[in-house]
Design a protein around this ligand. Structure first.
Ligand code: 13P
Ligand code: SF4
Length: 301
């Protein structure tokens, strides 16, 4: 089957089964093209809860599909490749978090959505890359344990008086992007602005004009008067930006900033997922309920 035939078959099956395809901004272009909604990690999970469809094919990494299942437990959530995990989310386990918490009585635990459901279940509140500062500042405790991303933690620390104690996790994709990449790209494109994701290294953040989550980047691109932007995040997002804003130019800060887990999903796997109803994402009820509490506390803010 060629690409167009696969796309046609996916569209037919989607209709037959009343399914919806969600794609993260970092997915390959072909997958974005067959998606009903493209978005950031939390936005997609919320979409999963809102849509009418009973079956959701979630094209992203496991923690995102799990979050969708937590917010929409009555729906069937399928992930086309179960090996699509997030190495950063796996840098802290629930037992490690429990032990860490014991050493800091009186503190509150904020977990980035890039965590497993088990870890979310043990934290006080979740946050995303777009609301982390707001979430931290909403808490009454003066000491905050922040997991797992130490770079996002360092970014938050710039905007709060609270003491932020970071877990030693990081995203290997954003760590590829170095300050020298930003300087080189600025020299090549002097008219361009530099936008980076808060998972980037502090020295990269220092050089940026804007620090934005993937969802905010996509919104901001529509509004900006700038014709050129250097993008400091996973390069998959550039496909969407260019498709939606054909008259503007986007340059990845580093061409090799690729999340190999995001790229594990392709059209054939999306088709197989719909045909065979695989791989179903399940979260045990007790964990799901506790994790949902942490997500809902964030959404209330
Ligand atoms: P967003 O929530 O900004 O989509 O980020 C998710 C992610 O995995 C960033 O690397
Ligand atoms: Fe995880 Fe980084 Fe990939 Fe995002 S880009 S899914 S944080 S490894």
């Amino acid at each position: 089957m060629n690409k167009e035939e696969i796309k046609d078959k996916i569209a037919k099956l989607k209709k037959e089964k009343n399914a919806v395809i969600l794609s993260h901004n970092y997915q390959i272009g072909d997958v974005q093209d067959v998606a009903d909604y493209i978005g950031d990690s939390l936005g997609l999970s919320q979409k999963a809860a809102q849509v009418d469809a009973k079956i959701i094919v979630f094209c992203g990494v496991r923690f995102m599909a799990e979050t969708a299942k937590i917010l929409a437990p009555e729906k069937t959530i399928l992930i086309p490749d179960v090996r699509a995990g997030c190495p950063m989310a796996d840098m802290i386990t629930a037992s490690e978090l429990l032990e860490w918490k014991r050493n800091y009585p009186g503190s509150k635990v904020v977990c980035y959505v890039n965590t497993t459901a088990e870890v979310k279940a043990e934290c006080d509140i979740c946050c995303t890359s777009s609301n982390a500062v707001k979430v931290v500042n909403s808490l009454t405790a003066d000491e905050i344990l922040f997991a797992p991303d130490k770079n996002l933690a360092a970014y938050v620390a710039r905007y709060t008086k609270k003491k932020i104690i970071p877990w030693d996790g990081y995203c290997y994709v954003h760590r590829y992007i170095k300050a020298r990449d930003i300087r080189e790209k600025r020299n090549l494109h002097p008219e361009a602005e530099v936008w980076v994701h808060p998972e980037c290294l502090p020295e990269v953040i220092d050089l940026a004009d804007k620090v934005l989550s993937t969802g905010k980047m996509v919104q901001e691109v529509r509004k900006t008067k700038k014709k050129e932007v250097i993008i400091g995040t996973e390069t998959g997002i550039v496909y969407r930006m260019k498709k939606e804003n054909p008259t503007k130019n986007f340059y990845p800060a580093r061409d090799t900033a690729l999340c190999f887990n995001m790229k594990k999903i392709d059209l054939r796997k999306v088709l197989r997922s719909l045909e065979n109803m695989i791989h179903k994402v399940e979260v045990p009820l007790e964990i799901s309920q506790k994790a949902r509490g942490a997500i809902e506390r964030m959404v209330e803010i």
